[in-house]
Design a protein around this ligand. Structure first.
Ligand code: ADP
Length: 206
C-alpha cells in the first residue's frame, strides 16, 4: 500500500497514519516528525529547521527532500508506505512524482482528511494544554491553518484529477475516521510496481 495523507494541522494525520501503517504493515513516514528529529540535532541545518517549525512556516524543499528521500526510497523498495505531511506544496508533489517515476512506483491513494477550522484549533489547543508542541500556540496555529489552505489546498485538485483522491470527514471520533478511511480504501484497486507502469491513466507517482 502506497498512500499519502493530505490534511490540515489537527485533522489527525499522525493518529490515522500510525493506524493505517499498522493495518497495512508498511512504515509510517511522518514529515513533521522526521523534521523535528532533524531540528533536535545541534547542527546549523537543525537550527534552521527548528526556526521554520517554531514559526509554523514550511521548511525549504531542499531540506525536506534531503530528510525524507532516504526513508521513502527504502520503504518503496520494501513494498509501501503511509506518507504523512508530504507532499505539502505543488512543487513538492511534482518532485515526488518524478522520484516515483524514477523508482517505478505509483501511489494508490491520497487520503484527504477535512474538518472545520474551529475543530482543528480546538484539538491543537487541547494538545498544547497537555504539554504538546511549541508550535501549538494560537498565533502559530492560525498561520499553519492559513498556509495549509493556500499552499497545500491545491493538492486536493491535483490528486482528484489523477483519480486517486479519497476525502474523509475528520470531524468525527478517531475510530469512526479510521473505519471510514478503511471502508473507502477497500474500493481502491491497489497498484503494484509490476502491474501498474508509471504513466497509466488514473495513477500518480510516487
Ligand atoms: P501539522 O500538520 O500539525 O502542522 P506536522 O508535524 O505535519 O504538523 O508539521 C509540523 C511542521 O513541520 C510544519 O509546520 C512545517 O514547519 C514542517 N513540515 C512538515 N512537513 C513539511 C513539508 N512537507 N514541507 C515543508 N515543511 C514541512
Amino acid at each position: 500500500m502506497r498512500l499519502l495523507l493530505l490534511a490540515p494541522p489537527g485533522a489527525g494525520k499522525g493518529t490515522q497514519g500510525e493506524r493505517l501503517a499498522r493495518r497495512f504493515g508498511v512504515p509510517h513516514i511522518a514529515a513533521g516528525d522526521l523534521l523535528r528529529a532533524e531540528a533536535r540535532g545541534a547542527t546549523a541545518h537543525g537550527r534552521q529547521v527548528a526556526a521554520y517549525q517554531e514559526r509554523g512556516d514550511l521548511v525549504p524543499d531542499e531540506i525536506v527532500f534531503d530528510v525524507l528521500t532516504p526513508a521513502v526510497v527504502e520503504a518503496a523498495a520494501r513494498g509501501g508506505y503511509i506518507l504523512d505531511g508530504f507532499p505539502r506544496t505543488l512543487s513538492q508533489a511534482t518532485a515526488a512524482a518524478e522520484l516515483g517515476g524514477r523508482l517505478g512506483v505509483t501511489l494508490d491513494a491520497a487520503v484527504c482528511l477535512y474538518a472545520p477550522d474551529a475543530t482543528l484549533t480546538r484539538r491543537l489547543l487541547a494538545r498544547a494544554s497537555q504539554g504538546g508542541r511549541t508550535d501549538d500556540t494560537g498565533a502559530v496555529i492560525r498561520h499553519r491553518l492559513q498556509l495549509f489552505a493556500t499552499a497545500t489546498g491545491p493538492l486536493v485538485g491535483y490528486y482528484q484529477k489523477r483519480g486517486i483522491l479519497v476525502a474523509v470527514d475528520a470531524d468525527e471520533p478517531a475510530d469512526s475516521v479510521t473505519a471510514e478511511i478503511l471502508a473507502r480504501l477497500s474500493d481502491v484497486p491497489l497498484a503494484t510496481a509490476r502491474d501498474m507502469p508509471a504513466g497509466r491513466e488514473g495513477s500518480a507517482a510516487p
